[in-house]
Write a new protein. Structure first.
Length: 373
């Protein structure tokens, strides 16, 4: 079963899931003034709400599901995650709609992708309903932290890691699952302004048979040096090529890539096992096909892409992901090329359609939105 098929299965409403995670209220929550200050300038991922969801894996099962005060974790210095990197995470957003409710987008997709990552990292899966219930419990506890301004949201970060203290290369038997929440603005402060992307041949994010398709910290850590080096040259992001041939486009450090051709067709790199199956990527493919646009998942050779941009056969490129949603690529450069593109109609219209659905301003034909509160 694909992630799209799994995510399309019926799920309980938030009211049905409420209470599965026991609320232990924070005795010292932020004051109204502190919260208003945080919401006035949310940034991205730098401020956090009063509570977090937490559960522990012990003796073969997840137990002690609770919503508790946000705060530091106590870890044994021998905790396996610190030595062997056994960790996975997800990312979602909660939005305020004009109807007064707080909604999120395709949480079932994230729940099933979380478990796909868990299987690859030899970690125990979490019941998708428990995953959803943790989001419901946390957002209902911290509903006043959801911003109201345009382009804002409450970013939700579910994650799990190996907490068992031992030194030895094996899968951990004790783990922790948490969800933290951060009021957030735009990921790229320029909004829908085009970004400059460097294509690296020196570094690779993941290789065949590796963990590229899992949402795990190591895949992002492997992108940081390239991003840091390119930032010094004024680039916003790095695009990685396949490790086997260094000829095929994979993805950016944390986003999938789309290419728009002059004939109106669209292409994105196929899920080869080395890139993440993005929920935003999946939704965009569906929206494009709803319009009757030919949207293919295929190998995109860098040399062909550069030639097609130069000839005018490729007229737009954009990146996508939960945090950034849709971001136009205005410049693509490497050691021996430097080409420019415009933020065209497809990029703008897909961004508008997707965000309008997420914010409840457009018809949700596919039932992607899920009401949390």
């Amino acid at each position: 079963m694909t992630l799209d098929e799994a995510a399309a299965r019926p799920i309980p409403s938030a009211d049905e899931l409420e209470g599965r995670w026991t609320l232990v209220p924070n005795p010292n929550p932020a004051t109204d003034k502190e919260r208003r200050t945080a919401l006035a300038h949310p940034g991205f991922g730098t401020q956090f709400t009063d509570h977090m969801a937490r559960a522990s894996y012990r003796n073969g099962s997840w137990t002690d599901r609770r919503i508790e005060s946000y705060g530091p974790l106590a870890l044994d210095p021998a905790a396996a995650v610190l030595h062997y990197g056994q960790e996975i995470f997800e990312g979602l957003k909660a939005y305020r709609h004009d109807d007064g409710g707080i909604w999120t987008f395709r949480p079932s997709y994230n729940a099933h992708r979380f478990n796909a990552s868990a299987r690859r990292l030899a970690m125990p899966e979490l019941d998708p309903e428990d995953f959803l219930a943790s989001l419901v419990g946390l957002v209902r506890a911290d509903r006043d932290w959801v911003p109201e301004g345009e382009g804002t949201s409450l970013y939700l970060r579910p994650y799990a890691f190996a907490s068992e203290p031992f030194l030895g290369v094996r899968a951990a038997r004790e783990l922790e699952y948490l969800v933290i929440a951060s009021p957030s603005g735009a990921y790229f402060t320029g909004g829908l302004s085009p970004i400059d992307v460097w294509v690296t041949r020196q570094y690779h994010r993941a290789g065949p048979g590796g963990m590229g398709a899992a949402k795990t910290g190591g895949n992002y850590a492997s992108s940081l040096l390239a991003k840091e080096e390119m930032a010094k040259s004024g680039f916003d992001e790095v695009c990685f090529l396949d490790a086997a041939s260094a000829q095929i486009i994979d993805e950016l450090g944390g986003m999938n890539v789309f290419v728009v051709r002059a004939d109106g067709s669209v292409a994105t790199p196929a899920l080869s096992g080395t890139i993440l199956a993005g929920g935003t990527r999946s939704a965009i493919l569906t929206l494009l096909r709803d319009r009757g646009i030919k949207a293919s998942e295929t190998a995109i050779r860098l040399s062909d892409l550069i030639a097609d941009i130069e000839s005018g056969d490729v007229v737009e490129m954009f990146a996508c992901g939960t945090a950034a949603v849709v971001t136009p690529i205005g410049r693509l450069a490497g050691d021996d090329f430097d080409v420019s593109l415009e933020a065209g109609d497809i990029t703008r219209s897909i961004h508008a359609e997707l965000t309008d659905i997420q914010l409840g301003r457009a018809t949700d034909r596919h039932g992607w939105n899920y009401r949390l509160v």
